[in-house]
Design a protein around this ligand. Structure first.
Ligand SMILES: [Zn+2]
Length: 135
């Protein structure tokens, strides 16, 4: 996994674009390398199907010029703060070594956004613990 400057994590495939798309576009234009992680495929969304959302996410990544984009395929409305998910994200942070990690604000009406915020916070913290083994 390529090293990046900024890691942006969202619960659903369009969250990063809606939340920080402008920030990422500006940062990339100024030379930053950006990675995007979608935790779920958004399979429970009221609008759009998984296949279409996946294609849209890839197209958005191309337009923005992100270095890489990954979907962890966690269950929509089932993002758990559990050791497995923390380790998954901790490994990703350790491998890509971002200087900045962006996550949803922790106060949000959508429970998946709140869970994503908490999960990213724990993984980011654990990624800096030398004795924390992530496998
Ligand atoms: Zn969302």
């Amino acid at each position: 996994m390529k090293k990046i400057d900024i890691l942006a994590v969202g619960a659903h495939p369009d969250d990063v674009e809606l939340g920080v798309g402008g920030i990422l576009a500006s940062a990339i234009r100024m030379g930053s390398r950006v990675g995007v992680v979608d935790l779920t495929r958004g399979e429970l969304a009221s609008r759009g199907e998984v296949e279409i959302r996946s294609k849209e996410a890839q197209k958005a990544a191309e337009i923005l010029g992100v270095t890489w984009r990954k979907n962890l395929k966690l269950p929509d409305r089932g993002i758990e703060i559990c050791p497995e998910n923390i380790i998954l994200l901790t490994k990703l942070i350790r491998c890509s070594r971002p200087l900045i990690v962006l996550a949803p604000y922790y106060l949000d009406i959508h429970p998946d956004h709140v869970q994503t915020s908490k999960l990213v916070r724990q993984a980011w913290f654990d990624s800096g613990l030398k004795k924390y083994v992530s496998g």
